[in-house]
Design a protein around this ligand. Structure first.
Ligand code: NAI
Ligand code: MG
Length: 326
Protein backbone atom coordinates (compact mmCIF):
# COMPACT_ATOMS: atom_id res chain seq x y z
CA UNK A 1 0.00 0.00 0.00
CA UNK A 2 1.34 3.40 -0.94
CA UNK A 3 2.14 5.52 2.13
CA UNK A 4 1.56 9.24 1.86
CA UNK A 5 4.44 11.20 3.35
CA UNK A 6 3.92 14.89 4.07
CA UNK A 7 7.14 16.81 3.45
CA UNK A 8 7.44 20.22 5.12
CA UNK A 9 10.95 21.70 4.67
CA UNK A 10 10.18 25.04 6.38
CA UNK A 11 12.82 27.80 6.60
CA UNK A 12 16.59 28.15 6.26
CA UNK A 13 18.53 24.91 6.12
CA UNK A 14 15.22 23.01 6.37
CA UNK A 15 15.03 23.60 2.62
CA UNK A 16 18.46 21.98 2.20
CA UNK A 17 18.43 19.03 4.61
CA UNK A 18 14.89 17.83 3.91
CA UNK A 19 15.49 17.38 0.14
CA UNK A 20 18.72 15.54 1.10
CA UNK A 21 16.74 13.12 3.28
CA UNK A 22 14.16 12.61 0.53
CA UNK A 23 16.99 11.74 -1.85
CA UNK A 24 18.13 9.05 0.57
CA UNK A 25 14.58 7.73 0.97
CA UNK A 26 14.08 7.64 -2.80
CA UNK A 27 17.26 5.59 -3.20
CA UNK A 28 15.55 2.86 -1.14
CA UNK A 29 12.56 2.91 -3.43
CA UNK A 30 9.87 2.44 -0.76
CA UNK A 31 6.21 2.66 -1.78
CA UNK A 32 5.96 6.31 -0.72
CA UNK A 33 4.18 9.24 -2.25
CA UNK A 34 5.72 12.53 -1.14
CA UNK A 35 3.40 15.53 -0.86
CA UNK A 36 5.00 18.88 -0.07
CA UNK A 37 3.49 21.46 2.28
CA UNK A 38 4.71 24.93 3.17
CA UNK A 39 5.22 26.51 6.57
CA UNK A 40 7.49 28.94 8.37
CA UNK A 41 8.70 32.55 8.36
CA UNK A 42 8.68 32.85 4.57
CA UNK A 43 5.05 31.70 4.45
CA UNK A 44 4.07 34.20 7.15
CA UNK A 45 5.60 36.88 4.93
CA UNK A 46 3.96 35.78 1.69
CA UNK A 47 0.58 34.59 2.99
CA UNK A 48 0.11 36.20 6.40
CA UNK A 49 0.17 32.93 8.38
CA UNK A 50 3.07 30.65 9.27
CA UNK A 51 1.06 27.44 9.10
CA UNK A 52 -1.69 27.43 6.46
CA UNK A 53 -4.67 25.16 7.20
CA UNK A 54 -3.85 23.01 4.19
CA UNK A 55 -0.41 22.19 5.62
CA UNK A 56 -1.98 21.28 8.98
CA UNK A 57 -4.49 19.04 7.17
CA UNK A 58 -1.74 17.53 5.04
CA UNK A 59 0.16 16.41 8.17
CA UNK A 60 -3.04 15.26 9.90
CA UNK A 61 -4.08 13.09 6.93
CA UNK A 62 -0.67 11.73 5.91
CA UNK A 63 0.75 8.40 7.09
CA UNK A 64 3.81 10.27 8.39
CA UNK A 65 5.41 13.71 8.14
CA UNK A 66 9.01 14.78 7.63
CA UNK A 67 9.57 18.33 8.87
CA UNK A 68 12.73 20.45 8.55
CA UNK A 69 12.72 23.55 10.73
CA UNK A 70 10.99 26.89 11.04
CA UNK A 71 12.68 30.13 12.05
CA UNK A 72 11.12 32.70 14.37
CA UNK A 73 7.69 31.13 13.79
CA UNK A 74 8.88 27.73 15.07
CA UNK A 75 6.40 27.64 17.98
CA UNK A 76 3.49 28.61 15.70
CA UNK A 77 4.42 25.86 13.28
CA UNK A 78 5.74 22.88 15.19
CA UNK A 79 3.33 22.90 18.15
CA UNK A 80 0.20 22.74 15.95
CA UNK A 81 1.90 20.19 13.67
CA UNK A 82 2.61 17.93 16.67
CA UNK A 83 -1.05 18.31 17.58
CA UNK A 84 -2.08 17.54 13.97
CA UNK A 85 -0.45 14.10 14.21
CA UNK A 86 -1.86 13.54 17.73
CA UNK A 87 1.61 13.18 19.16
CA UNK A 88 1.82 11.90 22.75
CA UNK A 89 5.46 10.79 22.75
CA UNK A 90 8.58 12.73 21.86
CA UNK A 91 11.40 10.32 21.10
CA UNK A 92 14.91 11.74 21.11
CA UNK A 93 17.87 9.44 20.62
CA UNK A 94 21.27 10.86 21.62
CA UNK A 95 24.03 8.68 20.39
CA UNK A 96 27.76 9.25 20.01
CA UNK A 97 29.27 8.15 16.69
CA UNK A 98 32.80 6.97 15.97
CA UNK A 99 34.62 9.71 14.09
CA UNK A 100 32.62 12.50 15.72
CA UNK A 101 34.07 14.48 18.62
CA UNK A 102 31.94 13.86 21.71
CA UNK A 103 32.31 14.35 25.45
CA UNK A 104 31.19 10.78 26.14
CA UNK A 105 31.82 8.42 23.20
CA UNK A 106 30.00 5.60 25.02
CA UNK A 107 26.65 7.47 24.99
CA UNK A 108 23.68 5.65 23.45
CA UNK A 109 20.53 7.03 25.03
CA UNK A 110 16.92 7.43 23.94
CA UNK A 111 14.63 9.84 25.76
CA UNK A 112 10.95 8.96 25.59
CA UNK A 113 9.28 12.12 26.76
CA UNK A 114 5.62 12.66 27.61
CA UNK A 115 4.54 15.26 25.10
CA UNK A 116 1.09 16.55 26.10
CA UNK A 117 0.90 17.61 29.74
CA UNK A 118 3.00 18.21 32.87
CA UNK A 119 4.15 21.81 33.27
CA UNK A 120 3.58 22.40 29.54
CA UNK A 121 -0.19 22.22 29.99
CA UNK A 122 -0.32 25.98 29.35
CA UNK A 123 -2.30 26.74 32.51
CA UNK A 124 -0.52 29.78 33.94
CA UNK A 125 -2.08 32.61 35.91
CA UNK A 126 -1.21 35.87 37.53
CA UNK A 127 -3.26 35.53 40.71
CA UNK A 128 -2.20 38.81 42.31
CA UNK A 129 0.18 41.61 41.53
CA UNK A 130 3.62 40.01 41.39
CA UNK A 131 2.33 36.49 42.05
CA UNK A 132 2.05 33.89 39.31
CA UNK A 133 1.10 30.21 39.30
CA UNK A 134 1.36 27.25 36.99
CA UNK A 135 -0.85 24.18 37.06
CA UNK A 136 0.95 20.91 36.46
CA UNK A 137 -1.34 18.32 34.92
CA UNK A 138 -0.49 14.63 35.22
CA UNK A 139 -3.04 12.03 34.24
CA UNK A 140 -3.08 8.29 34.60
CA UNK A 141 -3.95 7.93 30.93
CA UNK A 142 -1.04 9.95 29.51
CA UNK A 143 1.41 8.46 32.00
CA UNK A 144 0.39 4.91 31.13
CA UNK A 145 0.58 5.69 27.43
CA UNK A 146 4.13 7.03 27.59
CA UNK A 147 5.19 4.12 29.81
CA UNK A 148 3.77 1.53 27.44
CA UNK A 149 5.40 3.23 24.47
CA UNK A 150 8.75 3.53 26.26
CA UNK A 151 8.90 -0.10 27.38
CA UNK A 152 7.88 -1.37 23.95
CA UNK A 153 10.40 0.94 22.27
CA UNK A 154 13.19 -0.39 24.50
CA UNK A 155 12.27 -3.98 23.70
CA UNK A 156 11.91 -3.40 19.97
CA UNK A 157 15.22 -1.55 19.74
CA UNK A 158 17.33 -3.77 21.96
CA UNK A 159 17.83 -1.47 24.94
CA UNK A 160 18.21 -3.48 28.15
CA UNK A 161 18.18 -0.55 30.57
CA UNK A 162 15.00 1.44 31.09
CA UNK A 163 14.98 4.24 33.64
CA UNK A 164 11.96 6.23 34.77
CA UNK A 165 12.86 9.84 35.61
CA UNK A 166 10.74 11.64 38.20
CA UNK A 167 10.73 13.85 41.27
CA UNK A 168 8.06 12.06 43.25
CA UNK A 169 9.77 12.78 46.55
CA UNK A 170 8.82 16.47 46.16
CA UNK A 171 5.95 16.56 43.65
CA UNK A 172 4.23 13.77 45.53
CA UNK A 173 0.82 14.01 43.94
CA UNK A 174 1.72 14.67 40.30
CA UNK A 175 4.98 12.77 39.90
CA UNK A 176 3.69 10.28 42.44
CA UNK A 177 0.88 9.63 39.97
CA UNK A 178 3.32 9.46 37.06
CA UNK A 179 5.60 6.98 38.80
CA UNK A 180 2.72 4.83 40.06
CA UNK A 181 1.16 4.66 36.57
CA UNK A 182 4.47 3.73 34.96
CA UNK A 183 5.16 1.08 37.64
CA UNK A 184 1.74 -0.44 37.09
CA UNK A 185 2.34 -0.71 33.34
CA UNK A 186 5.73 -2.30 34.09
CA UNK A 187 4.15 -4.81 36.42
CA UNK A 188 1.37 -5.73 33.99
CA UNK A 189 3.79 -6.19 31.10
CA UNK A 190 6.65 -7.69 33.10
CA UNK A 191 9.00 -4.92 32.02
CA UNK A 192 12.24 -4.52 33.98
CA UNK A 193 13.24 -0.98 34.85
CA UNK A 194 14.84 1.36 37.38
CA UNK A 195 13.60 4.69 38.60
CA UNK A 196 15.68 7.76 39.37
CA UNK A 197 15.19 11.23 40.76
CA UNK A 198 15.63 13.50 37.76
CA UNK A 199 18.23 15.81 39.34
CA UNK A 200 20.49 12.96 40.45
CA UNK A 201 19.91 11.34 37.07
CA UNK A 202 21.24 14.46 35.31
CA UNK A 203 24.55 13.95 37.12
CA UNK A 204 24.70 10.22 36.52
CA UNK A 205 23.99 10.66 32.81
CA UNK A 206 27.03 12.92 32.60
CA UNK A 207 29.31 10.66 34.61
CA UNK A 208 28.19 7.21 33.45
CA UNK A 209 26.00 7.42 30.33
CA UNK A 210 26.91 3.83 29.43
CA UNK A 211 24.77 2.58 32.33
CA UNK A 212 21.60 3.98 30.76
CA UNK A 213 19.49 3.19 27.70
CA UNK A 214 15.88 4.32 27.38
CA UNK A 215 14.80 7.08 29.78
CA UNK A 216 11.05 7.56 30.25
CA UNK A 217 10.37 11.14 31.35
CA UNK A 218 7.64 13.59 32.24
CA UNK A 219 7.48 16.51 29.80
CA UNK A 220 9.85 19.11 31.30
CA UNK A 221 12.36 16.56 32.58
CA UNK A 222 12.52 15.03 29.11
CA UNK A 223 13.09 18.41 27.51
CA UNK A 224 15.99 19.26 29.83
CA UNK A 225 17.61 15.82 30.10
CA UNK A 226 17.57 15.21 26.35
CA UNK A 227 19.30 18.54 25.70
CA UNK A 228 21.89 17.60 28.30
CA UNK A 229 22.46 14.33 26.44
CA UNK A 230 22.71 16.25 23.16
CA UNK A 231 25.64 18.07 24.76
CA UNK A 232 27.26 14.74 25.63
CA UNK A 233 27.38 13.61 22.02
CA UNK A 234 28.37 17.05 20.79
CA UNK A 235 26.53 17.69 17.58
CA UNK A 236 23.24 19.43 16.91
CA UNK A 237 23.64 18.39 13.28
CA UNK A 238 23.32 14.74 14.29
CA UNK A 239 20.24 14.54 16.48
CA UNK A 240 16.97 13.21 15.06
CA UNK A 241 13.59 13.09 16.78
CA UNK A 242 10.11 11.66 16.42
CA UNK A 243 6.74 12.93 17.61
CA UNK A 244 4.64 9.83 17.80
CA UNK A 245 0.84 9.63 17.86
CA UNK A 246 -1.66 6.82 17.38
CA UNK A 247 -1.01 5.71 13.84
CA UNK A 248 0.45 9.05 12.74
CA UNK A 249 3.82 10.63 13.51
CA UNK A 250 6.07 13.54 12.64
CA UNK A 251 9.84 13.29 12.30
CA UNK A 252 12.25 16.23 12.53
CA UNK A 253 15.86 17.07 13.30
CA UNK A 254 16.35 18.62 16.75
CA UNK A 255 18.12 21.62 15.23
CA UNK A 256 16.51 24.81 13.94
CA UNK A 257 16.73 26.73 10.67
CA UNK A 258 20.39 27.79 11.23
CA UNK A 259 20.18 31.21 9.53
CA UNK A 260 23.95 31.65 10.04
CA UNK A 261 24.73 28.95 7.46
CA UNK A 262 21.49 28.82 5.42
CA UNK A 263 21.93 29.14 1.66
CA UNK A 264 25.59 28.10 1.71
CA UNK A 265 24.97 24.43 0.98
CA UNK A 266 27.02 23.28 3.98
CA UNK A 267 24.32 22.11 6.43
CA UNK A 268 24.87 18.66 7.86
CA UNK A 269 22.02 16.47 6.55
CA UNK A 270 22.66 13.66 9.09
CA UNK A 271 20.04 14.68 11.69
CA UNK A 272 17.30 14.81 9.06
CA UNK A 273 18.44 11.63 7.33
CA UNK A 274 18.41 9.89 10.74
CA UNK A 275 14.92 11.31 11.32
CA UNK A 276 13.91 9.77 7.99
CA UNK A 277 15.32 6.45 9.28
CA UNK A 278 13.00 6.75 12.29
CA UNK A 279 10.14 7.39 9.83
CA UNK A 280 11.05 4.17 7.99
CA UNK A 281 11.04 2.27 11.30
CA UNK A 282 7.66 3.71 12.14
CA UNK A 283 6.16 2.54 8.86
CA UNK A 284 7.60 -0.95 9.24
CA UNK A 285 10.52 -0.57 6.83
CA UNK A 286 12.94 -1.95 9.42
CA UNK A 287 15.57 -3.26 7.02
CA UNK A 288 15.65 0.02 5.08
CA UNK A 289 15.91 2.02 8.32
CA UNK A 290 18.91 -0.03 9.37
CA UNK A 291 20.55 0.47 5.97
CA UNK A 292 20.19 4.23 6.34
CA UNK A 293 21.68 4.23 9.85
CA UNK A 294 24.58 2.03 8.79
CA UNK A 295 25.28 4.31 5.82
CA UNK A 296 25.20 7.46 7.99
CA UNK A 297 27.50 5.84 10.55
CA UNK A 298 29.99 4.87 7.86
CA UNK A 299 30.01 8.36 6.35
CA UNK A 300 30.42 9.99 9.77
CA UNK A 301 33.38 7.73 10.43
CA UNK A 302 35.10 7.93 7.07
CA UNK A 303 33.84 11.18 5.62
CA UNK A 304 33.05 13.29 3.74
CA UNK A 305 32.09 15.63 6.57
CA UNK A 306 30.42 19.03 6.65
CA UNK A 307 32.19 21.98 8.37
CA UNK A 308 30.27 21.57 11.68
CA UNK A 309 32.14 18.25 12.06
CA UNK A 310 35.46 19.74 11.01
CA UNK A 311 35.22 18.82 7.34
CA UNK A 312 35.02 20.79 4.08
CA UNK A 313 32.27 18.89 2.30
CA UNK A 314 28.92 20.26 1.13
CA UNK A 315 25.46 18.97 1.98
CA UNK A 316 25.33 17.51 -1.53
CA UNK A 317 28.67 15.64 -1.10
CA UNK A 318 27.60 14.07 2.18
CA UNK A 319 24.16 13.18 0.81
CA UNK A 320 25.70 11.55 -2.26
CA UNK A 321 28.02 9.52 -0.02
CA UNK A 322 25.08 8.33 2.10
CA UNK A 323 23.04 7.48 -1.02
CA UNK A 324 26.03 5.52 -2.38
CA UNK A 325 26.24 3.37 0.74
CA UNK A 326 22.49 2.85 0.97
P1 NAI B 1 19.82 26.22 15.28
O1 NAI B 1 19.66 24.80 15.62
O2 NAI B 1 19.15 26.69 14.04
O3 NAI B 1 21.38 26.57 15.15
C1 NAI B 1 22.30 26.51 16.23
C2 NAI B 1 23.72 26.38 15.70
O4 NAI B 1 23.92 25.06 15.21
C3 NAI B 1 24.02 27.33 14.54
O5 NAI B 1 25.34 27.77 14.63
C4 NAI B 1 23.84 26.45 13.32
O6 NAI B 1 24.61 26.84 12.22
C5 NAI B 1 24.26 25.08 13.85
N1 NAI B 1 23.52 24.00 13.17
C6 NAI B 1 22.23 23.64 13.38
N2 NAI B 1 21.88 22.65 12.57
C7 NAI B 1 22.96 22.37 11.81
C8 NAI B 1 23.21 21.46 10.75
N3 NAI B 1 22.27 20.59 10.30
N4 NAI B 1 24.44 21.47 10.17
C9 NAI B 1 25.39 22.31 10.60
N5 NAI B 1 25.21 23.20 11.59
C10 NAI B 1 24.01 23.23 12.18
O7 NAI B 1 19.31 27.04 16.55
P2 NAI B 1 19.21 28.62 16.75
O8 NAI B 1 20.34 29.32 16.11
O9 NAI B 1 19.00 28.77 18.20
O10 NAI B 1 17.86 29.04 16.05
C11 NAI B 1 17.79 29.51 14.69
C12 NAI B 1 16.34 29.60 14.29
O11 NAI B 1 15.77 28.29 14.31
C13 NAI B 1 15.50 30.43 15.25
O12 NAI B 1 14.66 31.25 14.47
C14 NAI B 1 14.70 29.42 16.06
O13 NAI B 1 13.44 29.91 16.43
C15 NAI B 1 14.57 28.27 15.07
N6 NAI B 1 14.43 26.95 15.69
C16 NAI B 1 13.48 26.12 15.15
C17 NAI B 1 13.31 24.84 15.63
C18 NAI B 1 12.28 23.97 14.98
O14 NAI B 1 11.75 24.33 13.93
N7 NAI B 1 11.96 22.82 15.53
C19 NAI B 1 14.12 24.31 16.73
C20 NAI B 1 15.14 25.24 17.19
C21 NAI B 1 15.25 26.51 16.68
MG1 MG C 1 14.06 21.81 24.16
Amino acid sequence: MTEEIAVIPGDGIGGEVVPAAIEVLEALDPDFEFVEGEAGDHVLESRGEALPDETYELAADADATLFGAAGETAADVILPLREAVGSFANVRPARAYPGVDSLRPETDLVFVRENTEGVYSGIENEIADGVTTLTRVVTDEASRKIAQYGFEYAEANGYGDVTVAHKANVMRTTDGRFLESVERVAEEGGYEHDEALMDALAMHLLLRPEEYGVVICPNLAGDVLSDLAAGLVGGLGLLPSANVGEGNALFEPVHGSAPDIAGQGIANPAATVLSAAMLLDHLGYDGEAERVRTAVEAVLKEGPRTPDLGGHASTADVTAAIVDRV
